[in-house]
Design a binder for this molecule. Structure first.
Ligand SMILES: [Zn+2]
Length: 293
């Protein structure tokens, strides 16, 4: 196993593209620089690199910021070009999204992205054509499978550890696919409570997240966590949202920074590229056999 067992990722988008606020915000203030600054400060403090899945349009808008993240040693992946969930795309328009976001990221950093994270974890049985498209566009891995049931997304039968993908059966771990999947972390292979990030990480006590990461790491499964830089910036809270949407979107936002700080103190993290680099068939076989317990 690698010395960097857990993957830390951020989906970098405008805070007002979060699903439940999108329609409620008119004339939003842009918080990209200040939100990313909070996250960078935390990563610098712990000397940790992470993967930033960046929306292509945002990379066009802020090329200097994206270049700076890459220069700091962070991996830049694609979060689509327009932050459109895959349910609203076709295989053809998805390939256009992948190509356009890769072009935008390459313009900013000089390097094409190797990884992809779908808006709203929208890779599931109805959108499994995504894997073919990712391969065709030259991507090396996906990190969009949420192996748990949630009201908004999830594939509860999917593998819970990084696996290579057979595009004809993409949610079952195989040994020799060309594309890899890094699913979001759940508490335990058989207790599929989401702990990976977003609303779940803001809701759960940090001790529960730490417990889950330990349960995975004990089985040599790296935990893949995800956050959004805006989740570290309480300034994005808007008042005029229905209470349910407000709860899901902003609950715990005042404590996210402290929580990630504690997680970075407790475990070793890196970008997916850091975790992925040394991954080989042997590592995956170990993961596959350890999953039984
Ligand atoms: Zn997103």
């Amino acid at each position: 196993m690698t010395s960097v067992p857990n993957a830390l990722t951020f989906d970098l988008e405008h805070w007002y593209s979060a699903t439940l606020v999108r329609d409620a915000v008119d004339d939003p203030r842009d918080r990209v620089h200040e939100s990313v600054a909070i996250v960078r400060h935390l990563l610098d403090k712990h000397e940790v690199t992470a993967t930033f899945f960046v929306v292509g349009q945002l990379a066009r808008e802020y090329p200097d910021l994206i270049e700076q993240l890459a220069d700091d040693g962070h991996e830049i992946g694609s979060h689509g070009h327009t932050h459109t969930p895959l349910h609203d795309l076709t295989a053809v328009s998805f390939r256009r999204e992948l190509a356009a976001s890769a072009d935008a990221i390459e313009s900013a950093t000089g390097r094409r992205p190797e990884g992809f994270r779908a808006p709203n974890f929208s890779v599931g049985p109805e959108t499994e054509w995504a894997f073919d498209a990712l391969l065709a566009e030259g991507y090396r891995y996906d990190s969009s499978v949420f192996p748990a049931w949630t009201p908004m997304y999830g594939v509860p039968r999917a593998a819970v550890y990084p696996y290579s993908v057979d595009v004809t059966d993409p949610f079952t771990a195989k040994v020799d696919g060309e594309l890899w999947e890094f699913p979001a972390a759940v508490f335990h292979p058989r207790i599929r409570m989401p702990i990976a990030g977003g609303f779940y990480a803001r809701l759960l006590p940090v001790r529960v997240i730490q417990w889950g990461i330990r349960l995975l790491n004990r089985r040599e499964i790296p935990a893949t966590l995800y956050f959004h830089p805006w989740e570290f910036n309480p300034a994005v809270k808007v008042a005029d949202l229905p209470s349910h949407n407000r709860f899901i979107t902003f609950h715990g936002i005042d404590r996210t920074r402290e929580k990630l700080d504690q997680l970075l103190n407790s475990f070793e993290f890196g970008s997916i590229e850091d975790v992925f680099g040394p991954m080989d068939d042997e590592t995956q076989k170990n993961n596959s056999s350890s999953i039984v317990d």
